[in-house]
Design a protein around this ligand. Structure first.
Ligand code: ATP
Length: 513
């Protein structure tokens, strides 16, 4: 199966099993806006909780915040979003499709990288045991030629973006011979700038109303509350403020399902440090955030760092943690050293001091900030896509299973009576009553036991408990594991302890301390 087909199957599965629906589905959906169904909302809440607990609960010096979506319009002038939150867009005159100029170039670079990888695979085959990948990459003429092209295109792209040289970007697309994936032609318009913020009016009368924006990131809510939190929480530098919330961007190219949405959620943490110490903390959070991802067990090879060539106007260092989505490695989280840019600008625009008074040195200063910013929906997609499997079993049957890390699974366990009579449903309900105090559980008595197992596999339920006639005799049940499909006979009394060891988030969180 191609990756494209696999991705289509994942999207269809997400709808069929109540994870994700297109927004306003009965009206044929709304571009790049999605709703989370009964299982989606549980998975999403579990991701949020795992992120929140790993920071706000595990660190003395990180605290939470929930700031409003609407903010004073000056916030976005100060942050630079009014003047600089633009994407360069270009249209193909034949297909009438619109693209981000930088994304067209990135895709072109990814194709060249793919060529290099193919050369490496060929080399591996040819030289077998004697193959030295590092040496091959450093000396093979085909690899070197492609690498030179990549460096040249990337260098020119970064320069054009930094210089705001829109004509230069267009020329680069033309020089690279990039064609529209839909029409196949190279008939491009000029490159134009497009601001990604949604605006609306606050107030009821047209005259009195003022134009405001839907926030394009949650970070600014943290910056403007920096002193409120520091003073009311008696926080000492270094300290962090974490927030989860909606953000809105009028993305030009909205594709790839929930990877790029117009309404999405971010989980951001701004860590305030002493000027001069930001690189140490940047490195710390780069390491810690990767450890957080790895703790989920989706596979080390699924993640990689990508250091930024082009730094945003506020940053002095930045990198992404990329994830191998079905459509390739793409950004999942950003870690940015934002200097004192935001706080200084808010001082300037608000006329209020935003300084930290250090009681040890008796100095006041504007702290530097290291930010970790992760998309909740992209994390959702990473978990969904990496855990989706179409398996053929020993007896030739097939099953679709979501091997979601148990700590995140929407439903933790299901309780079934083997049949709908002989007092088995009553016992199953007793068990359910006790276990749902600790975990999100489902009860199911319809269809054969095999079908019920399949339904739970399809939504990623890690454990199923079946009550049968033996239960009535010896107070034991079967406990079935989603991944191995093995069944253990265990005492009802021991269920709570066994499941706690498998499902309690502390066994995941302890990997992070
Ligand atoms: P991209 O380059 O993919 O547009 P970005 O660099 O603009 O992303 P940031 O501004 O750093 O993204 O936002 C932090 C995180 O928020 C990203 O790593 C991503 O996970 C998430 N994010 C950003 N834009 C979107 C979107 N349109 N839909 C879903 N998640 C998003």
């Amino acid at each position: 199966m191609t990756q494209e087909d696999l991705f289509k199957n994942i999207i269809a599965h997400a709808k069929e099993y109540g994870f994700i629906f297109p927004s306003s589905d009965i009206y044929d959906g709304l571009g790049a806006v999605y709703d989370y169904g009964q299982n989606g909302v549980e998975l999403k809440n579990n991701i949020k909780k795992y992120w929140w607990d790993s920071l706000v609960r595990m660190y003395d010096n990180i605290t939470g915040l929930d700031s409003a979506v609407f903010m004073h319009p000056k916030v976005w002038e100060a942050s630079g979003h009014v003047s600089a939150f633009n994407d360069p867009l270009i249209d193909n005159k034949d297909s009438k499709k619109r693209y981000r100029a930088d994304v067209l170039l990135e895709d072109y670079i990814a194709k060249l990288e793919e060529k290099i990888n193919k050369e490496v695979v060929k080399g591996k085959k040819r030289f077998a045991e004697a193959f030295d990948e590092e040496q091959f990459r450093a000396t093979n003429p085909n690899v070197l030629r492609e690498k030179e092209k990549i460096d040249s295109v990337r260098g020119k792209m970064v320069k054009a973006l930094n210089d705001n040289d829109l004509e230069g970007l267009r020329q680069l697309i033309v020089d690279c011979g990039i064609a529209c994936p839909v029409s196949g032609t190279k008939n491009w318009t000029e490159v134009r700038k497009f601001n990604l913020m949604f605006s609306t009016k606050l107030g009821s009368t047209e005259d009195g109303a003022s134009q405001i924006y839907l926030r394009p990131e949650t970070a600014q809510g943290i910056f403007v509350n920096f002193l409120n939190v520091q003073k009311s929480g008696r926080m000492k530098i270094p300290f962090g403020i974490a927030q989860i919330g909606k953000a809105f961007r009028n993305e030009i190219v909205a594709r790839q399902f929930i990877f790029r949405m117009r309404e999405f959620e971010q989980m951001e943490m701004q860590f305030f440090v002493k000027p001069g110490e930001e690189m140490k903390w940047y490195q710390y959070w780069k390491d810690m955030r990767l450890r957080w991802h790895l703790s989920l067990g989706l596979g080390e090879n699924m993640y990689r760092y990508h250091d930024h060539d082009k730094l945003a106007h506020y940053a002095n260092a930045a990198c992404d943690i990329e994830f191998q989505f079905p459509f390739g490695f793409k950004e999942l989280e950003g870690i940015h050293s934002r200097t004192d840019f935001d706080l200084s600008r808010h001082e300037e625009y608000s006329g209020r001091k935003l300084r930290y008074f250090d009681p040890e040195t008796n100095e006041s200063y504007i702290p530097y900030v290291v930010e970790t910013s992760i998309g909740l929906d992209r994390t959702f997609l990473s978990v969904l896509s990496a855990s989706y499997r179409e398996e053929t079993l020993e007896d030739g049957e097939t099953r679709v299973v979501l091997r979601i890390p148990p700590v995140l699974a929407p439903v933790k366990l299901a309780v079934f009576p083997l049949i709908k009579k002989d007092g088995l449903p009553e016992v199953a309900h007793e068990i359910l009553k006790a276990l749902r105090l600790e975990h999100h559980c489902l009860y199911d008595e319809k269809d054969s036991i095999g079908k019920r197992y399949r339904r739970m596999d399809a939504i990623g339920t890690p454990y199923c408990i079946t009550v049968d006639h033996q239960t009535l005799e010896d107070k034991t049940v079967t406990l079935r594991d989603r991944d191995t499909m093995l069944q253990d006979r265990v005492a009802i009394d021991s269920l709570s302890g066994i499941l706690d060891k498998k499902l309690n988030s502390k066994y995941w969180l302890e990997k992070l301390v």
